[in-house]
Write a protein that binds this ligand. Structure first.
Ligand SMILES: [Zn+2]
Ligand SMILES: [Zn+2]
Length: 312
C-alpha cells in the first residue's frame, strides 16, 4: 500500500481486543512491543493466554500498518479495530505486558476461549436488537452494569442494576452474594464501555446460574453511536482518558451530582489528598476550593482544611 500525505500528517488512536487462545503470551508480547516500537506507536497492550487488549496511538500510516501486521497472527485475523481521534501524544509511553488476564476479574482459570472467542458467554446483541428485546419483553428485561459503580454515577441504561464494585475483581463475590438471584430466570443485558468486560462478566454469570444473559456488541460506545440520547441510554459515558467523560449529543441527561453541594456535574476530580487521589464527582466551585476538594473521608477533609488554611 502506498503512503499518502495524510498517513504522515494525521494521527489516530486504535482500540481493540480479541479473545483467542495464545500458546505463548510472552512471545506475542515481545513481538507486539517490537512492532509498536518500530512504528512509533505508544499506548497500552495486555496479552494473556486468552487474547489481547490494546489502545495505541500514532501516525495514521503507522496505525494502518499496525492493524495489517497484527492481523497476520492467525488468532488475530478476525480482530476488529475501533479508530478514534487522537494520537501518540495521548499516551505518555508504550507499555506492553503479559498477564494472567486481559481484564482482571480474578478468574484466569475459569475463562475458556477457542478460535471463536470466549466459550459460553452471553449472546451478543447489536444495538437495534437490544431495543427489540425490550420492545418484546418489556420490564422483564434487566440491564446489568458491567463497569465499576463509580462510572454509572454519570450515566447508565434506564433502570439498570449497578453492582457494588470498585474494580472488576469484585464481580465474582458480588454475583455469589445472592443479591441478584432473582435475576437468574430473567433476560439480563450486560453492558460496559466497549464490550470487553461483558465478554467475561456474561460468561461468569452463566456459569453461576443466570440462564438468559446477553451482552451489547461494541458496548455503550456502539449503542450511543447508533441511538445517541434517543434510546435506552441515559447520561454521560465515563472514559479512561483525560476527557473523563463524553456525551452522545447535546440532549444528554445530567445524572451526576457534586458530593459536597449536590450541584449537577459529570466531572470527576481526584481527592486533594495526594495519598488518596480517589475520584469523586465535584462541581467546579467545590473542586477549586482546597477546603472542599476532598473525597469526603475525614482524613482527607482534614488535609483539605490544612491546605485551605495555609493558602490564606
Ligand atoms: Zn459542589
Ligand atoms: Zn480522599
Amino acid at each position: 500500500m502506498a503512503t499518502s500525505a495524510s498517513d504522515l500528517l494525521e494521527s489516530r488512536i486504535l482500540l481493540y481486543y480479541c479473545f483467542t487462545p495464545i500458546e505463548d503470551p510472552i512471545a506475542v508480547m515481545l513481538w507486539q512491543r517490537t512492532l509498536c516500537e518500530q512504528l512509533g506507536l505508544t499506548g497500552r497492550i495486555i496479552v494473556s493466554k486468552h487474547g489481547i487488549n490494546g489502545t495505541v496511538g500514532g501516525k495514521l500510516g503507522s496505525c494502518k500498518q499496525y492493524t495489517r501486521k497484527t492481523r497476520e497472527y492467525p488468532g488475530f485475523a478476525r480482530m476488529s479495530f475501533k479508530w478514534s481521534e487522537g494520537g501518540a501524544k495521548d499516551f505518555p509511553k508504550l507499555s506492553v505486558k503479559a498477564r494472567d488476564e486481559i481484564v482482571a476479574f480474578g478468574s484466569p482459570d475459569e475463562i475458556k476461549v477457542d478460535a471463536n472467542g470466549i466459550v459460553g458467554g452471553g449472546t451478543h446483541l447489536k444495538p437495534e436488537a437490544v431495543n427489540k428485546l425490550v420492545e418484546e419483553r418489556g420490564d422483564e428485561v434487566v440491564f446489568f452494569d458491567g463497569r465499576n459503580a463509580m462510572e454509572a454515577e454519570i450515566g447508565k441504561f434506564k433502570n439498570a442494576i449497578v453492582p457494588d464494585v470498585n474494580t472488576t475483581h469484585d464481580f465474582i463475590a458480588e454475583l455469589e452474594s445472592g443479591k441478584y438471584d432473582d435475576l437468574k430466570d430473567k433476560p439480563v443485558v450486560t453492558y460496559c464501555t466497549g464490550g470487553i468486560r461483558c465478554e467475561i462478566l456474561s460468561s461468569l454469570m452463566k456459569n453461576r446460574g443466570f440462564k438468559e444473559v446477553y451482552q451489547i456488541d461494541g458496548g455503550i460506545v456502539r449503542y450511543g453511536e447508533k441511538f445517541g440520547d434517543q434510546g435506552l441510554w441515559e447520561g454521560s459515558l465515563y472514559v479512561f482518558d483525560k476527557r473523563m467523560h463524553m456525551e452522545f449529543s447535546n440532549d444528554s441527561k445530567q445524572l451526576g451530582h457534586c458530593i459536597h453541594c449536590e450541584a449537577p456535574t459529570n466531572l470527576f476530580h481526584n481527592c486533594i489528598n495526594e495519598e488518596c487521589r480517589k475520584q469523586q464527582l465535584m462541581c467546579d466551585d467545590c473542586a477549586s476550593n482546597p477546603a472542599t476538594a476532598h473525597c469526603g473521608r475525614a482524613e482527607c477533609a482534614e488535609v483539605g482544611a490544612q491546605m485551605a488554611a495555609s493558602s490564606l
